[in-house]
Design a protein around this ligand. Structure first.
Ligand code: SF4
Ligand code: SF4
Length: 301
């Protein structure tokens, strides 16, 4: 991807080219997208190998696992379990606390882009979706992303009133995670339906409007120490907006805030929106070196 000589938007770059980035001098290096894909695939390879040949490194699925003996439990699963059984085993408390603490440091929704297997499938769907829009085969449809909070409550109310983890029937993340570890099931048909909705109906609809797992990590991410940091090299080209499916968090890149910033002498700002998945796509495409990852607590380390 040559962001220095072309406007590297989601529409005019090939999917393959987004796995590599270039310095101004033309040196090629791995983009954050490539690094994320390597991390997601490695995590799931560990799940698979731990079950298939018993290497016992990462046992279980994304709902609940053991990494080298340490319990790790997805926080949304924990809330559902508690509401449906009114019981909280000690291992679940330990596993959930470990995950919550981890994501407070490295960013709540980091899970969505660096761990979730559906995330990378959704990125492929996003590319096909945008190509179809470009060719005017389909229309772009956007809804209010805050609907995800309604889904979050709805799935919890269902767990509390039915005594079952109702969301797990629809959970594309859990279905994929179980498929990778234990083998295929008919539930994969639902994953295909969601994928097709994202391709033909609305860009990254599951992640943007529905997934309560991502929403829970978003709540944790409000206090995250790892952030994307913007600086005033920015020329407001808006390419970062184009590639980000949660681009409401990149509002600060708009020129209209410059006057306010100049008056206050502000040269850098953090992307603080809880919806940022720290995927690094905006950093990959920024041609002005105006974005980077920054650890807010580095002064304390
Ligand atoms: S941060 Fe970079 S990509 Fe985003 S508007 Fe500014 S210059 Fe463009
Ligand atoms: S702001 Fe950047 S890092 Fe955050 S979700 Fe958007 S593209 Fe990814």
């Amino acid at each position: 991807m040559d962001k220095w000589n072309t406007r590297a938007t989601i529409k005019n770059t090939t999917f393959f080219s987004t796995f590599f980035d270039k310095t101004k001098e033309g040196k090629t290096f791995l983009s954050y997208r490539m690094k994320r894909w390597i991390v997601v695939i490695s995590i799931h390879l560990l799940f698979f190998l731990s079950f298939a040949i018993d290497i016992q490194a990462l046992e279980g699925t994304l709902n609940g696992s053991r990494f080298l003996g340490f319990h790790l439990i997805d926080p949304f699963t924990t809330i559902q379990v508690f509401l449906s059984t009114y019981h909280m085993p000690i291992n679940v408390i330990i596993g959930t606390s470990t995950i919550v603490l981890f994501y407070i440091f490295i960013g709540g929704k980091t899970y969505c882009s660096w761990v979730c297997p559906y995330g990378i499938i959704s990125e492929i769907g996003e590319k096909i979706h945008n190509t179809l829009i470009n060719k005017k085969i389909i229309k772009e449809r956007k809804f209010d992303h805050r609907i995800r909070h309604v889904f979050w409550f709805m799935f919890l109310i269902m767990a509390a009133t039915s005594g079952y983890l109702v969301f797990e029937t629809f959970n594309v993340v859990g279905i994929l995670s179980r498929f990778i570890t234990y083998g295929w099931s008919l539930a994969l048909g639902w994953v295909l339906v969601v994928f097709l909705i994202e391709v033909f109906f609305s860009r990254r609809a599951w992640c943007t409007y529905v997934c309560p797992i991502g929403t829970t990590y978003g709540y944790i991410g409000k206090v995250s120490a790892l952030r994307v940091q913007w600086n005033d090299n920015c020329d407001h080209c808006m390419v970062c907006h184009d590639v980000c499916f949660e681009n409401q968090v990149l509002d600060l890149t708009k020129a209209k805030y410059d006057k306010q910033r100049e008056e206050k002498g502000i040269k850098t700002q953090y992307v603080t929106g809880a919806d940022c998945t720290l995927c690094g796509r905006c950093i990959d495409v920024c041609h002005a070196d105006a974005l980077k990852f920054d650890f807010r607590l580095k002064g304390l380390v």
